[in-house]
Design a protein around this ligand. Structure first.
Ligand code: 3H9
Length: 695
């Protein structure tokens, strides 16, 4: 017996009633699935021949959880908690088969069942806090009834994904099964019938959560910067697990609904969707070229990181440096990175050995003759890059992808040095390239669609988030950065201390403020860029010389021991008194009487500057959509994930308020603060960046 229309299949096999979820791609528990489950339980309860019910998922998982697309919309009955209560209340025993990536509501469905079987190879978890919510379908009440409180707190408050084997060891799953999910479901049901697999209602288990442990966990979460609400409320919900299940579920529901209404939830889900939205590019249909080997030119920080990332993705690398000792040093650095990946559990020792053996470090550019992909990562100098591309054109085989890791320079100019500009593309990695997830793919005027598609296939292999950018100075990210970074310098000159600016932005959620970032990244890079751009700087632009004066002392930040800050051994920072003096003398020279800035004002100016340039980048088509800008900042610039990216945050402020702010600031500096045309249009038409994402 089957129901073809429903995403929930019901069939009977003797005394066993089978419920199969079939809602591709991930069996999300949308309205139709929830109703299907309720109907299935009712039907099998009525069927007198059925003595046991088994639930499994077709395809990739039992279920990846609640349907995220329904969040923020009018709720549709039946709710997931109600459905799972029906499952738990079933008078016939219910067993669930957990396989694939079973997360959130999917795992909660299993927790509400009366026994759980795991299939090897998958992962489970309650990742709700990463979306700004908490497990709201019983997870916070049922998990602590099955496993030690400490583990429940850790799993729920981090949202960590556990291997299914670990879930079994912890007691989340009763036993491991084998075969396909449907077969495993039948086998589990038979085990129940034979009395070999015990079943019980999780909600009937009584526990007494240790309140001291709950309080300690809460204190730790509250001391975080930023102290996000979701993990705090999730742990508070766990604190109710000692109550009768119905009461605990009610408390969980109330906390869940509060989180549902929070801007953090909106921002985190936008960030989740952004990672997927950027995959939609005009070239998606083109056939990517095969990449079986790669060359990296340059053994500096970027070249080493890129080579590490390629090797980790299983792609053999030939790294080219100018001199053998530099090539050897790069090889040592790459080996160290690979060892680090093993230590962090990201790579097996076997994979590390394979990767290390697939690396060649040489001084011969000619050795790149047969590679499928070259990534040039030499010093940011257009002359040097042009020369290299001229040579690559002569050396590389036909069909090779020629990539440049430039972070500012004109990809079209570089491509023009070859007889095959259609094969040239910008592949802009972020430092450290083997860690940072962003890959800005810069599509030149002549870049062929299959080369763009190849970049996306490569990013997928390297587990990176590729974002498509057009050509302009700095592309999406660095162009916007170059603009808003000035706002921080202006505030410093006008009276805010760099320490206050960093603190205000760190409280907003950035991992590090802009001055601490400058110290970490090395101030010499920005100095070189400013010198390069000096001839084209408009005379009416305010120019802050503080960073130049610091660099003139030979202080480039952490790598030279000092920059804006002085650092002690564990890396704690204190403002460099010599820099404070430089700031004061600059103010005096320019006749500026320092004024006070509140932390809110600092964040408002900094973010308004960022949003302004981002709006221009979208209007000019450099970024395809606002969400592409968001992804760049989320995955490459440490933008606070719970804010969802600069243009998602812009919508939370509203275009009208942003225009008002810019007009206000423009009274001080009309050159810097100009209302972008796109922002004005949105303000006048009452539209948002989210509306543009939907177009
Ligand atoms: C929850 O359960 C709340 C409850 O506690 C309480 C409720 C009351 N819904 O990632 P992929 C889509 S909260 C809707 O590219 P992968 C995804 O957008 C939920 N859609 O594949 C994409 O669509 P498109 C807790 C979803 O193999 C497509 O499926 N669960 C959902 O790299 C393929 O996804 C989570 O947080 C969903 N829940 O990774 C799990 N999940 O093709 C979230 C995925 O149009 N999901 N889609 O771009 C994941 O972590 C990954 O998607 C997963 C697969 C690991 C499952």
């Amino acid at each position: 017996m089957s129901q073809n229309e429903s995403p929930v299949k019901v069939e009977t096999q003797g005394e066993i009633g089978l419920i199969g979820l079939n809602n591709p791609p991930v069996n999300a528990l949308g309205a139709a699935v929830r109703q299907g489950l309720v109907d299935a339980i009712a039907q099998l309860t009525k069927d007198a021949s059925v003595r046991v019910i088994a639930i499994y998922g077709e395809g990739r998982a039992l279920s990846a959880g609640a349907d995220i697309r329904e969040f923020g919309k009018t709720p549709i009955e039946p709710s997931l908690p109600d459905v799972l209560n029906i499952v738990e209340a079933s008078e016939k025993p219910v067993v669930a088969v957990v396989h694939g990536t079973t997360f959130g509501g999917g795992l909660e469905l299993a927790l509400a069942s009366h026994a759980r079987i795991g299939l090897p190879g998958g992962r489970v978890g309650l990742p709700e806090v990463t979306l700004g919510i908490l497990p709201g379908a019983g997870g916070t009440q049922r998990l602590p009834r099955l496993i030690p409180l400490q583990n429940a707190i850790e799993i729920i408050s981090t949202g960590r994904h556990l291997p299914i084997s670990e879930a079994h060891e912890l007691g989340i799953l009763d036993r491991m099964g084998e075969g396909q999910p449907r077969e495993a479901a039948l086998a589990a049901a038979q085990a129940v019938l034979a009395g070999e697999l015990k079943t019980r209602r999780t909600g009937e288990i009584s526990v007494t959560p240790d309140s001291a442990m709950i309080d300690a966990a809460l204190e730790k979460l509250r001391s975080r910067r930023p102290a996000l609400e979701a993990p705090i409320k999730a742990v508070q919900a766990i604190g109710h697990a000692g109550k009768p299940i119905a009461e605990g579920l009610q408390a969980e529901r109330a906390l869940f609904m509060e989180l549902m209404a929070s801007p953090d939830r909106q921002g985190l889900i936008h960030a989740f969707n952004a990672e997927r939205a950027v995959k939609h590019i005009p070239e998606a249909g083109a056939v990517p070229r095969e990449i079986a080997s790669a060359g990296v030119i340059g053994g500096g920080t970027m070249g080493v990181g890129i080579a590490t990332a390629l090797l980790t993705a299983g792609i053999p690398v030939t790294l080219v440096e100018m001199a053998q000792d530099r090539a050897d040093a790069a090889k040592t650095a790459i080996t160290r990175n690979l060892d680090g990946a093993v230590k962090r559990g990201k790579l097996s020792a076997e994979a590390r050995d394979k990767a290390a053996a697939a690396l060649t470090a040489t001084t011969e550019l000619e050795s790149l003759a047969q590679v499928d992909l070259v990534i040039e990562a030499v010093f940011e100098d257009i002359g040097v890059k042009k020369e290299i591309f001229g040579k690559l054109d002569r050396i590389c085989k036909a069909g090779a992808v020629l990539g440049t890791n430039t972070s500012y320079l004109d990809v079209n100019d570089i491509a023009a040095m070859t007889s095959r500009p259609q094969d040239v593309i910008g592949l802009h990695f972020f430092s450290p390239a083997h860690v940072m997830r962003l890959l800005e793919v810069v599509v030149g005027d002549k870049t062929a669609p299959e080369i763009v598609a190849t970049a996306w296939a490569l990013a997928a292999r390297m587990k990176k988030v590729a974002v498509r950018s057009g050509v302009c100075d700095g592309f999406i990210g660095n162009r916007i950065l170059a603009h808003y970074r000035k706002a921080a310098d202006y505030m410093m000159l006008d009276g805010a201390s760099f320490e206050q600016i960093d603190h205000a932005l760190e409280d907003f959620g950035f991992a590090m403020g802009p001055f601490a970032v400058a110290d970490l990244a090395g101030m010499d890079i920005g100095w070189a860029t400013r010198k390069r751009k000096a001839p084209t700087r408009p005379p009416e632009e305010r120019y802050v010389r503080i960073a130049d004066r610091i660099c003139e002392q030979g202080w480039f930040g952490r790598k030279t021991g000092k920059g804006y800050y002085l650092y002690d051994d564990p890396g704690n920072r204190t403002p460099n008194p010599d820099v404070v003096k430089i700031v004061e003398s600059e103010r005096a020279e320019q006749g500026i009487a320092p004024r006070e800035f509140s932390d809110e004002d600092i964040v408002a100016r900094y973010m308004t500057a960022m949003i302004s340039e981002a709006a221009r980048v979208v209007r000019e088509g450099i970024a395809q959509r606002p969400v592409d800008v968001d992804a760049v900042f989320l995955f490459g610039y440490g933008f606070p994930r719970h804010r969802g990216g600069p243009l998602n945050y812009a919508d939370q402020i509203g275009a009208m308020e942003l225009v008002r702010r810019i007009e206000e600031y423009a009274k001080e500096d009309p050159h810097y603060w100009q209302v972008p045309a796109l922002l004005r249009e949105l303000a006048e038409t009452g539209r948002s960046f989210a509306d543009l994402n939907r177009e």
